[in-house]
Design a protein around this ligand. Sequence first.
Ligand SMILES: *Cc1c(COP(=O)(O)O)cnc(C)c1O
Length: 412
Amino acid sequence: MSESVQDLAATGGTPVRSAPFPDVNGPSGRRIGAEEIEAVVRVLTSAQLNSTVGQETRRWEAEFAAMYGIAHAAACSSGTAAIHLAIAAVDPDPGDEIITSPITDAGTVLPIVAQNAVPVFADVDLCTGALDVASVEAAITPRTKAIVAVHPFGYPAPVHELRKLADRHGLVLIEDCAQAFGTLTDRGELAGTVGHLGCFSLQQSKHITCGDGGIVITSSADLDRRARLFADKAWPRDTDERTHLFLGLNYRMTELQAAVARAQLAKLDSIIADRRRAAARLAAAVEDLDGIRTRPVDGSSVWLFPLFVDPLTAGVDGARFADLLRAEGIPANPGYLQRPVYRAPFLAEHRTYGSSGYPVAHTEYPEGLCRNAEELIAGRLVVLPWNENYSDADVDDMITALRKVHRLASGR
Ligand SMILES: *Cc1c(COP(=O)(O)O)cnc(C)c1O
C-alpha cells in the first residue's frame, strides 16, 4: 500500500511522536542541579544579596571575561538591560540613528528608543535571517551612530564585514549575543568580541539562565566604565563621593542571580557541545530535501534550529510546513516572529512617551519596510526549539517527521 496525504497526522494519520520533548521551561530542558542550589544557599547564608556588598557578581564578571578572553564584562539585570547599557555607553544624542535588525527580540530595539535614539531597520539576508551588509550600508546617514547586529538563533551574523563598515564610517558596532553564547564567527572568533560591545541574556530560554540576567563585554575601558556606571545610577563607588555623574538607572544584577549564573557558566561548554551534536545529526539527515535549507552547524551554538523553506521548490510554504510538523508531534514555530519588530505598536504606532511619539514621531515603520524579513516571517522560515538534552532518538523523530511532511505535503 503506498503512502498518501491521508497519512499526515494533520489529516488523520498517525503522528510520528506523541511524547513531549525536553523543554527549556522546565527541568527536562535545563541543567539546574546541586551546583545552583549550593550557589543560592551560599549567598543566602552570607546575607550579602546585593552586588555592591557581595563578591558573586564581581566574580561572575571576571569569569565571563576570562572565558571570552576580553578585558571587561559588566553584569546587569537582563538582556534588554545589557543592550541598554551598551547604547548608553555609546551615548547617542537625541534623534541619532541606530541601525538594527527587524528579526529579533524587542529587547534589541526598546533600549534604543528608551535612550532617545531612532531605530533604523536594515533588511536581513534571505538565506540566514542575519543583517544584510549592503542593506546596512545603504541605511547609513550622517545621523547614524551605531549598528546593533543580532546573531539569530545562535548562528553567526557577518560581524567582520559589519565591523569594517562601522570603522569606515566611524560607527560603534554592538553585537546582540543573547542567542549566541559561544557562537563562532565565520573566521572562528567568538561572537561578541568582534564589535565594540557584546551583549548577552540569561533569561529562562537562553543557553544558560539565572531567571533573568545580562552581561556586556568590551575591550574598551571607557565603554566598560560608562556601561557599568549606567547600571548603577552613575554612582562612582570607587571614589568616596556619593554623586551621580550622568543619567543612569539601577540595572544591577543581584548576588543570587550572579551565583546561579556562575554555576551555569561552568556548564556552558557541554551545553553548547550537546546542542551542536544534536543539530549536526538533524542537519545531515535533511541535507537532501529539495527546497529546505539549513545553516552550517559548525560555529553555531544552536539556540534554535532554523529551516529555510523555498516554497516553490519544497511544494509547501513555511507556515504550512510548521503546522504539519506540529501535527506530527514536533514543536515548530513558523517565522520565529508573527511580524517584524518594527510592526509592534511601540514603533508602528509611536507608543513611546505620552502622546509625543518621541523620538520616532517622524519616522514611519510601514509594512514592506524590509521585504526579506517579511518574506522569511510570512513563509520561508521555520524554527525548531532546540535543547542540550535532546537524545539521538528525539532527533531521529524530528528527522522522520520532517522527511514525512516534506514527502507527503508536496505530493512527492
Ligand atoms: C532574549 C533576547 C533579548 C532580550 O533579553 P531579555 O533577557 O529577555 O531582556 C535581546 N535580544 C535577543 C536577540 C534575544 O534573543
